[in-house]
Design a protein around this ligand. Structure first.
Ligand code: IDP
Ligand code: MG
Length: 136
């Protein structure tokens, strides 16, 4: 089995779309193995988004991601589950994301794009360790 990190971002919590987003993953056949509503501080965000520190959009990203609670979750499924989750999320820019994807169906803004999913098996392992260090 394979696990990946999913975050329903603050806009998803504010808009009441957590159930819709998690439900899509559950209906696909992926299993929720950890989930917690929490507000992320700048230290956690700097670790999680290490690849983006210093980029032009980073300050806006951190302000957005820390403005209210997120649902951090781990989902489990067959090998390459991280890739299935990414496909179901759609492109980073919701205006370019395909219909049928979470971002394509539910969003319009590139920063406030509803959902995070790890972008490789290595990222999944790294990110799960940040959010759920005690997960077996
Ligand atoms: P991803 O979430 O699809 O993996 P990344 O490139 O890793 O996309 O970017 C992380 C997050 O930073 C995005 O989900 C989005 O919230 C935000 N972001 C990415 N690119 C831009 C941009 O060009 N302008 C504003 N925000 C951006
Ligand atoms: Mg990314």
């Amino acid at each position: 089995m394979d696990r990946t990190l999913v975050i329903c971002k603050p806009d998803a919590v504010e808009r009441g779309l957590v159930g819709e987003i998690v439900g899509r993953f559950e209906r696909k056949g992926l299993k929720l193995v950890a989930a917690e509503l929490r507000t992320l501080d700048s230290d956690v965000l700097a670790r999680h988004y290490a690849e983006h520190v210093g980029k032009g959009f980073y300050d806006d990203l951190v302000a957005f991601m820390g403005r209210g609670p997120v649902l951090a979750a781990v989902v489990e499924g067959p090998p390459d589950t991280w890739s299935v989750v990414r496909q179901m999320m759609g492109a980073t820019d919701p205006m370019k994301a395909a219909p049928g994807t979470i971002r394509g169906d539910l969003g319009t803004e590139v920063t406030e794009n509803l959902v995070h999913g790890s972008d490789s098996a290595e990222s999944a392992q790294r990110e799960i360790a940040i959010f759920f260090p005690d997960l077996q």
